[in-house]
Design a binder for this molecule. Structure first.
Ligand SMILES: Cc1cc2nc3c(=O)[nH]c(=O)nc-3n(C[C@H](O)[C@H](O)[C@H](O)COP(=O)(O)OP(=O)(O)OC[C@H]3O[C@@H](n4cnc5c(N)ncnc54)[C@H](O)[C@@H]3O)c2cc1C
Length: 317
């Protein structure tokens, strides 16, 4: 298999990957970045981003990511199309296989592969993507002020999202498949005490409807085998049934939690493997925002530079 060597390899082209590339490029690490299946990352699937600092009028997700890409290119990042398909982090230099056909040997690795929100799998979720369907209340809740929304899920995240939205929307329906919430007792209590939240136990969302965006959800209620179908008018439909961190190929070497989020040292992108750093959503079960991803990408690149410097490997870059 073809082999190539680099000092700093970045996997992923979301805000974390590109920001790491900007810092690594300016530190003269000559980074190589592989974009993966979704060049620009998750933000390329949304319309306006209103909470990324520096854009008082907001900016389209795609334009923001094009700007970040251009900035990374300006400082010498070698940005390539390709997917990391295997990893060997058992010893330095670490080996990453790209598209099953090429191996990159690298002294430092920045994993910025993101996390993918889980959806129910309804065709309507695709149909109304960006038109009333969201998997991020912090990102999109603002667009539903004084409107009626539904949140799907019964765990801590769903309760958190419902509580966040309850501060903005006029009413929040929490659609729960089971007859109970899986969330912690304290979250359950907060949700149940909130007057803006109505919990629909034993309910499944089976479809969405609306002319130019979501206007309602088709529901199926099932209590002890007795089924009832009805429609509930809503303006926004929020999924909160979990995320899948894109960490599978690294798991044999790197510590993750039970969901697959990469565990790093507190307040640091350092993983349990020296010289391997994780940035952005792949290591963040809590915030999952573009700005937090960018911030951790910055930290990862600074750590990579320090690591190479300590090993005396910077001179030959
Ligand atoms: C619809 C939507 C709207 C959002 N709106 C906002 C918002 O308004 N404000 C906000 O702050 N946040 C928003 N977010 C959240 C934000 O997009 C994420 O927090 C952020 O993109 C995370 O950045 P990241 O760099 O960690 O990963 P991602 O953006 O997820 O990028 C991951 C990258 O890794 C690549 N990759 C994955 N696996 C591999 C592999 N094996 N090999 C190579 N590359 C790989 C992918 O191709 C992708 O480029 C939104 C998210 C969604 C889905």
């Amino acid at each position: 298999m073809e082999k190539e060597t680099t000092k700093c390899l970045i996997i992923g082209s979301g805000p974390a990957g590109y920001t790491a590339a900007i810092y690594a490029g300016r530190a003269n690490l000559c980074p190589v970045l592989y974009e993966g299946l979704q060049p620009g990352g998750q933000l390329t699937t949304t319309t306006d981003v209103e909470n990324f600092p520096g854009y008082p009028e907001g900016i389209s997700g795609t334009a923001l990511m094009e700007d970040l890409r251009a900035q990374a290119t300006r400082f010498g990042t070698d940005i390539r199309y390709g997917i990391a398909t295997a990893a060997d982090l058992s010893k330095r230099p670490y080996q990453i296989t790209i598209d099953d056909e090429k191996v990159i040997e690298t002294e430092t690795l920045i994993i910025a592969t993101g996390a993918t929100a889980k959806y129910l799998g309804l065709p309507d979720e695709q149909k109304y993507a960006g038109m009333g369907v969201s998997a991020c209340a912090t990102c999109d809740g603002f667009f539903y002020r004084k409107k009626v929304v539904a949140v799907v899920g019964g765990g801590d995240t769903a309760c958190e999202e419902a509580l966040y939205l309850a501060g903005l929307a006029s009413k929040v329906y929490l659609i729960v498949r089971k007859s109970y919430l899986r969330a912690s007792k304290i979250m359950q209590q907060r949700v149940m005490e909130n007057e803006n939240i109505v919990i629909l136990f034993n309910h499944n969302a089976v479809g969405l409807y609306g002319e130019n965006g979501v206007e309602g959800v088709h529901l199926l209620e099932n209590v002890a085998g007795v089924e009832k179908r009805y429609d509930l008018p809503i303006d926004g439909f929020f999924l909160a049934i979990g995320h899948k961190p894109n960490s599978d190929i690294f798991k044999p070497y790197i510590e993750t939690d039970e969901v697959g989020y990469i565990i790093t040292e507190p307040d640091s992108p350092r993983t349990c493997v020296p010289g391997v750093f994780a940035a952005g959503d792949v290591a963040d079960p809590h915030y999952r925002q573009a700005i937090t991803a960018a911030g951790s990408g910055c930290k990862a690149a600074i750590e990579a530079e320090r690591y190479l410097s300590e090993l005396g490997l910077l001179k030959s870059v």
